[in-house]
Design a protein around this ligand. Structure first.
Ligand code: IVH
Length: 689
């Protein structure tokens, strides 16, 4: 390629990156997902690395981030705020790669292991807090690393940030860290913003960055912002500790919030372990992280390693696959669930996000589609976090296809706003609105093939009646051939009837009949779950079975009796009562019993199993130091206790770990006994914690 052409490409990349920077930093309206921005930036970096003569002094690669807004006063950082190099290898090799580089630069012998501090990489906004004689005098954004913006007023609204440090703090201390937002706080904030008709926050990172960069501090005040310290800038009158770990401990001792999820790691294997462990916990960590950060622990070694232009040599960010990506909406389908609820589903141009290729994303309900104004043809940001089903976060409005031409319709969106159909696309029954219009439901009941299909699949599923061999294809065939209309019809099937179905051999027909036969003997909990009562999931079904012991007692229970059970509130109670007042449901149950579906019954409503924790209700919150939540739950249940999801007057104990949130507050409010992990284990041993 000619130099001229390369120069043109570089200039184009720079213009694009600058435009995204402006949209992100100044307008608080990102135009592309972070991963796409990173890719553009990397492309320019690589081009400039290959052809150094292309580098211009104003290239975005020559500064650290966005630039200060004109209206905030500029702040020159006494010590530049650096960036962190990103380890490109996202697998466990990243740790090995970084460790190898550090050892090479320090010229270490093979036997010597380097000690690191592994921290989280918080996804928010970096700030510098200047404390003089223990008093917060100035807070600034990072800006371009050299000059930031004075955002003291906004930072002072964050309750996490102490206005005064403890007595032992040095006369000058610049604390550096990240302003962030918890995901649950963002959801709550958006719910309220919606009722007030205010602008919604796209994600926690933009929520944090956007709030701090508002001129009016009353905006930041209303946002649920938090802060974690992870380093220092200028200091005076203080002998810095020997390690990063001790530095963080000192910051905590001065009264600054420091994240407890960090670990001293020796050698790359322990770094890789941390990367893996945090990767698994990521979805359960209450705030967004985009990776972990490894820092050489010894500050003396940090000094020896020194800096490059933009970043220190002693730290690296080891990222996780991006949870957000951009793609196009090919169509908006409407799916009908087991209970008839209509769910709009976006058909996407396949995109790799959160470690898998995604081609469908739920749009939840009509109101949600309206609020986000998602239309066919739109470019959208899709998010897939952990094992959560992918969802459409926001529309990139700039990319919406518009009508061309110069007539009246020019510049009008090509596609109209989305609307759910008035009749069911499967059975043409009318669609009814429930719960203030948020839920649209097909009124067809069991004449709707989609609902029949859903009911059959649910009934036969592993956690319900566990009938092996009844999957999507067989169910579709059975319905089409008119062999089954309701789950009870399954028990009237015969092998010869099944053989008439396409691709059904004699052997598979017999196997299927055998699996159906076998399912006649079941448990009350499974049967209750299999009935598909609205709002009754597997664990509620288990509670009901344990509590009532027999079906008749459950059938006769009124809402008040049901609400006596921990975890069952008015909505679930009402769903159960409604279910058992429908004659067609009672008929169906009678048919099951007639064809020999049976389970063990117990007389009368009985309390929980006998055990150390009989009748005791526990709530788990936060992260315990050793036990996984499932383990703790299992231990409690094995002792006859019950684990509930929310704190109420019925709760006996709240077991709280790190990062325990509102549940702990609620427990304190209600004066409920609070245990830590050690306390729970003592209680399990029959001791008094
Ligand atoms: S230390 C050593 N530690 O990442 C360089 N930064 O790309 C100074 N960040 O702007 C930063 N978590 O906002 C450090 N535990 C952590 C961090 C962290 C998030 C951010 C920080 C910085 C960006 C660098």
């Amino acid at each position: 390629m000619t130099t001229l052409l390369l120069q043109k490409i570089a200039a184009q990349l720079r213009r694009e990156i600058e435009a995204h920077n402006r949209a992100y930093y100044e307008l608080d309206a990102p135009t592309i997902p972070d991963s796409a921005y990173d890719a553009l930036f990397r492309e320019l970096q690589e081009l400039e690395a290959a052809y150094p003569e292309l580098v211009t002094p104003d290239s975005p690669t020559q500064r650290v981030g966005g630039r200060p807004l004109a209206q905030f006063s500029p702040v020159t950082h006494a010590v530049p705020m650096l960036s962190i190099q990103t380890e490109t290898k996202t697998d466990s090799n990243g740790a090995e790669h970084f460790d190898a580089r550090i050892r090479r630069e320090l010229e270490l012998a093979d036997a010597v292991e380097v000690e690191y501090l592994a921290e989280l990489k918080f996804d928010g906004l970096a700030v510098n807090l200047c404390y003089v004689d223990g008093v917060l005098t100035q807070g600034a954004t990072r800006g371009d690393g050299v000059t930031g913006e004075d955002v003291t007023q906004n930072l002072k609204t964050i309750r996490d940030i102490p206005l005064r440090l403890t007595e032992n703090a040095p006369p000058l201390l610049e604390a550096r860290g990240e302003v962030y937002m918890r995901r649950d706080d963002l959801v709550r904030y958006n719910e309220q913003a919606l009722t007030r008709g205010e602008k919604l926050l796209v994600n926690p990172r933009n929520g944090a960055a956007g709030s701090i960069r508002q001129l009016d501090p009353n905006i930041a005040r209303k946002r649920p912002l938090k802060f974690f310290a992870y380093g220092v800038g200028a200091t005076d009158g203080w002998n810095l500790p020997a390690t990063q770990k001790e530095l963080l401990d000192a910051l905590a001792a001065f009264g600054l919030p420091v994240c407890s999820r960090q670990t001293v790691a020796r050698g790359w294997r322990e770094l890789a372990d941390f990367h893996e462990r945090i990767g698994k916990e990521r979805a359960r960590i209450p705030f967004d992280i985009d990776g972990v950060v490894y820092k050489v622990n010894s500050l003396a070694l940090q000094e020896r390693l020194g800096f490059r232009t933009r970043e220190p040599r002693w730290a690296v960010a080891h990222k996780y696959p991006a949870e957000e990506a951009e793609t196009k909406i090919l169509a908006i389908d409407v799916q009908i669930g087991r209970t008839g609820a209509l769910t709009p589903v976006a058909k996407l141009h396949p995109v790799f996000v959160g470690g898998v290729t995604v081609s469908n994303a739920t749009l939840h309900n009509e109101e949600e589609v309206r609020r986000k104004d998602v239309r066919v043809g739109d470019t959208v940001i899709v998010r897939r976090a952990g094992d959560v089903i992918p969802e459409v976060v926001a529309v990139v409005l700039d990319a919406r296809p518009m009508r061309a031409g110069d007539d009246l319709f020019a510049n009008v969106p090509l596609h109209p706003p989305f609307q759910l159909p008035e009749t069911c696309p499967q059975c043409e029954s009318s669609v009814v609105r429930e719960e203030e219009g948020t839920i649209a439901r097909c009124s067809g009941g069991l004449i709707c093939p989609a609902q029949t299909r859903g009911a059959l699949l649910h009934f036969a599923s592993r956690r319900a009646m566990d009938i092996e061999g009844i999957g999507d294809k067989v169910v579709d065939q059975l319905i089409k051939a008119g062999l089954v209309k309701t789950p009870a019809d399954l028990y009237a099937l015969t092998a010869p009837a099944l053989v008439s179905l396409e691709r059904m051999g004699e052997k598979s027909a017999e196997n299927l009949i055998y699996a159906i036969e076998k399912s006649r003997k079941t448990t009350l909990a499974r049967f209750i779950f299999a009935l598909g009562i609205r709002n009754v999931g597997e664990s509620t079904a288990r509670d009901l079975a344990r509590y009532f012991g027999n079906l008749a007692a459950l059938q006769n229970a009124d809402a008040a009796a049901l609400e006596n059970i921990p975890d069952i509130g008015s909505i679930v109670a009402e769903s159960i009562v409604d279910f058992f007042t429908e004659t067609h449901n009672l008929d169906e149950i009678a048919r099951f019993i007639k064809v020999g579906v049976h389970w063990e019954e117990r007389e009368g409503a009985v309390s929980a199993t006998v055990g150390l924790f009989s009748g005791k209700v526990f709530v788990l919150t936060g992260t315990l130091p050793n036990l996984k939540r499932e383990d703790a739950k299992e231990l409690i249940e094995a002792a006859g206790g019950k684990v509930s999801g929310s704190v109420s007057k019925k709760t006996n104990y709240v077991v709280a770990g790190e990062e325990a949130g509102s549940k702990l507050d609620r427990a304190r409010e209600l004066s409920i006994a609070i245990l830590d992990e050690a306390g729970l284990l003592q209680l399990l041993r029959g001791e008094n914690p």
